[in-house]
Design a protein around this ligand. Structure first.
Ligand SMILES: Cc1ncc(COP(=O)(O)O)c(C=O)c1O
Length: 310
């Protein structure tokens, strides 16, 4: 099925993607006044089941972003979960997918502000494979672009306009021959990747920037902290200096799109011995969780076709 003929949801109804039109002066297009989520669906071939990951967490974060932008989600989280599973059923996906729920200011008018502008909810789903393809880990640079600061643009809200910050850093990295960028906060501490949170493992402890380092409060980040704790790996959330990256034993990114991906080098310095053994242990457990093979994670995944766990 092509994107054009796929089924989307907006204005309270399911409709073909190609039938939905957005005007040129749409507020969100002109001013970046939207917020969004990325949600993964993982296809388990042996169970013939598609599992949607952390719907509640994502819709709670969308509600938080919407609140910051003076928007009103037209549905409760439970309704959104029902709409989402129905949308995936209507598209009959039998592969890994990515869902993009979003809210946007839909007024077609000139005038920048947030309050008293009508908004709209929409949901689109597409087949989606690996976000990056780097078998031996990612080659990463620290970006010259600093991460947006919560005092200028809310970092913990997933605001469409704020992604110019990520796009600047990502293009700078790719055009310079790297796979991804790490952004530092305005005060020079490690914040996160262009669309990923970051973890640094050194001397038996897993470190990740705390929520005051202008990070997006990642859903995958939280899951990874729980997995690490279940594996008896101590986790510390604190400010991280740039040079701590260079002497780490392992570094990995986490995110809905990327999953868990090891970092091979930062600014041309190789990280650890390249074995990524702790990263791989956490990744193996993560894959069990998202594919419905870990009973204690069952409440975090929503089976679309109703067959449930093995
Ligand atoms: C800027 C940014 N940081 C971190 C993440 C990772 O968050 P999550 O694990 O919720 O996908 C994302 C992706 O959503 C992101 O766009």
């Amino acid at each position: 099925m092509s994107l054009q003929s796929s089924i989307v949801y907006t204005n309270g109804a399911f409709a073909p993607y190609e039938s939905v039109k957005v005007g040129l002066l749409t507020h969100a297009l002109q001013y970046g006044t939207g917020c969004f989520e990325g949600v993964r669906g993982y296809w388990n071939e042996s169970q013939a089941e598609l599992y949607l990951l952390d719907l509640k967490e994502h819709y709670d974060r969308l509600a938080a972003s919407a609140r910051i932008l003076f928007m009103h989600l037209p549905h409760t989280t439970d309704e959104l979960i029902e709409i989402t599973t129905e949308l995936v059923r209507r598209n009959a996906f039998r592969t890994n997918i990515y869902l993009r729920p979003f809210m946007f200011k839909c007024a077609e008018e000139i005038g920048v502000r947030l309050h008293d502008v009508p908004d709209q909810f929409a949901l689109v789903a597409v087949p989606f494979g690996r976000y990056v393809n780097a078998e031996h880990g990612l080659r990463v640079c620290t970006s010259a672009w600093r991460r947006i600061d919560d005092a200028t643009t809310p970092a913990r809200a997933k605001v469409t306009g704020a992604y110019i910050n990520s796009a600047l850093a990502k293009s700078e990295a790719l055009l310079s021959g790297f796979d991804e960028a790490i952004m530092l906060s305005a005060d020079g501490h490690v914040s996160e990747g262009s669309a990923e949170n970051i973890f640094v493992y050194r001397r038996g402890v897993l470190y990740t920037p705390d929520c005051s380092q202008n990070i997006l409060e990642g859903v995958t980040r939280r899951t990874v902290i729980e997995i690490a704790q279940s594996l008896d790996i101590p986790v510390v959330e604190r400010a991280i200096d740039r040079t701590e990256l260079f002497i780490a034993d392992e570094i990995f990114f986490t995110g809905t799109a990327i999953g868990i991906e090891p970092v091979a080098s930062v600014d041309h310095r190789q990280i650890g011995n390249g074995a990524f053994s702790v990263t791989r242990k956490i990744l193996a457990e993560y894959q069990n969780c998202v594919l419905g093979r870990n009973a204690s994670f069952a409440h975090r995944i929503t089976p679309v076709y109703g067959k449930g766990n093995e």
